[in-house]
Design a protein around this ligand. Structure first.
Ligand SMILES: Cc1ncc(COP(=O)(O)O)c(C=O)c1O
Length: 414
């Protein structure tokens, strides 16, 4: 991948996102908060509407045609998602509500089962609360030693520090592929290799990578990987846990009830095969089909082109924002190791005030701790402002952000 060219046909893409074509506070909407949740293109909305109109019935239950149709489409969605992340077979894909639920599933069904008191679990300083709190709860409850891989001053994970933290008691390592605050892209290979050498299993939180760049779980050789559908053009209420099949098979279920059993009598239940063992109750199958359509949409654009577009957007945003006096960029300034997330502060202005002033100009950014309070403590900041990009953003959006920033400065006399 070369240079910072914009590879995507943005005008054509934007035509698929009617929500973007509106005014907010009398100004054209500039949506810069896709890292929190992305907008949805027409093919995703249509795929879900089509199921509700013509192919809706509960999956896995009916022997009648409509139920078979819904089940077929649900299974097809699973297969599409498996292909999208290079999983060896659809059975390695467990549908969850979101990445948070997938991580909780792992904390309960993997870690609570396989880790013993005194075992060590490594996460990093830059994790989202979803990859932080479940492990803190587990560590407290089970006397597991929780350690944090530190970041460097530039906001990159320190591999030397990883070396120092790994021991023969390390059982699990869990880290974000891309940070939702710093944007840092972590090369998973060296971490996974070293963790495997000491016999630890590895979870990759791919919530900010699967939507934005090519990800291949076989090449990575991670043991588990999680992400959410709503950040990648899909609907809310659907997330994914990828796991190596032998590990999923060895794990007990997380939630229990209908669908996840093969047989129940008065003596007790027998578990269904994976992945259904982890999908208790009526699943969010319409949402899964919507996510399948999102994967089709992204695949048609090509994930290398998506990444290249976002890298170009990020490079442009880093350049333009650094022109503004008082703006401090948080995280790596090299767009090659940064996802489409640009977090910053404006001198003597609270990020919430800034986001409110930008909203008056139609510019939607996120302000706060972005569900990464420990990282903000580590950075010595209470809150930051964050602009994040996706396939429908264009350089003019960055120009609008910068212009709105100048207006905010003027209004606040900063
Ligand atoms: C890196 C990372 N991990 C996990 C999550 C949690 O995602 P969800 O709220 O969809 O479960 C997010 C959401 O912002 C995230 O950015």
């Amino acid at each position: 991948m070369m240079g910072n060219e914009f590879m995507l046909d943005i005008a054509r893409i934007r035509a698929d996102f009617p929500i973007l074509n509106q005014s907010v506070n009398g100004k054209p909407l500039v949506f810069l908060d896709s890292a929190a949740s992305s907008q949805k293109p027409l093919p995703v909305l249509q795929a879900m509407e089509e199921v509700y109109r013509y192919a809706y019935a509960n999956v896995h239950r009916g022997v009648y045609r409509l139920s078979e149709l819904a089940t077929e489409r649900y299974d097809q969605a699973r297969a599409k998602i498996a292909r999208f992340i290079g999983a060896p077979e659809p059975e390695c894909i467990v549908f969850t509500r979101n990445a948070t639920e997938a991580l909780n599933l792992l904390a309960y069904a993997y870690a609570r089962h396989f880790l013993k008191p005194g075992d060590e679990l490594l996460i990093t300083e830059l994790e989202h609360h979803a990859n932080f709190v479940p492990w803190q709860v587990l560590a407290r409850e089970r006397d597991i030693v929780l350690k944090f891989i530190p970041i460097t001053a530039e906001g990159v994970l320190s591999l030397d520090a990883l070396e120092a933290l790994l021991t023969e008691r390390t059982r699990l390592v869990s880290f974000a592929h891309v940070s939702n605050v710093l944007g840092t892209i972590t090369d998973p290979a060296p971490i996974i290799q070293r963790a495997h050498q000491v016999g630890a299993r590895v979870i990759v939180d791919a919530s900010q990578s699967v939507p934005h760049m090519p990800v291949n779980v076989m090449e990575m050789d991670c043991d588990f990987l999680v992400f959410s559908g709503h950040k990648m053009l899909g609907p809310t209420g659907i997330g994914v846990l990828y796991g190596k099949r032998d590990l999923l098979e060895a794990m007990p279920p997380f939630l229990t009830g209908g669908d996840m059993i093969s047989m129940v009598d008065f003596d007790g239940p027998q578990w269904n095969d994976v992945p259904l063992k982890f999908e208790a109750g009526t699943p969010a199958f319409v949402e899964a089909i919507g996510l399948g359509a999102a994967v089709d949409y992204l695949s048609a654009l090509g994930m290398p082109a998506v990444r290249q577009h976002e890298q170009a957007m990020t490079a442009y945003a880093l350049e333009r924002l650094s022109e503004v006096n008082g703006v401090r960029i948080i995280g790596p300034t090299d767009s090659r190791i940064r996802g489409g997330v640009v977090t910053f502060t404006l001198d003597r202005v609270h990020p919430h005030d800034l986001a409110t002033l930008l909203d008056a100009e139609g510019v939607a950014i996120r302000a706060g701790h972005h569900c990464a309070q420990p990282l903000h403590i580590r950075l010595g900041l209470n809150a930051t402002a964050r602009a994040s990009f996706y396939i429908y953003n264009e350089p003019a959006d960055v120009d609008a952000l910068v212009e709105a920033l100048y207006k905010a400065k003027l209004a606040l006399r900063r």
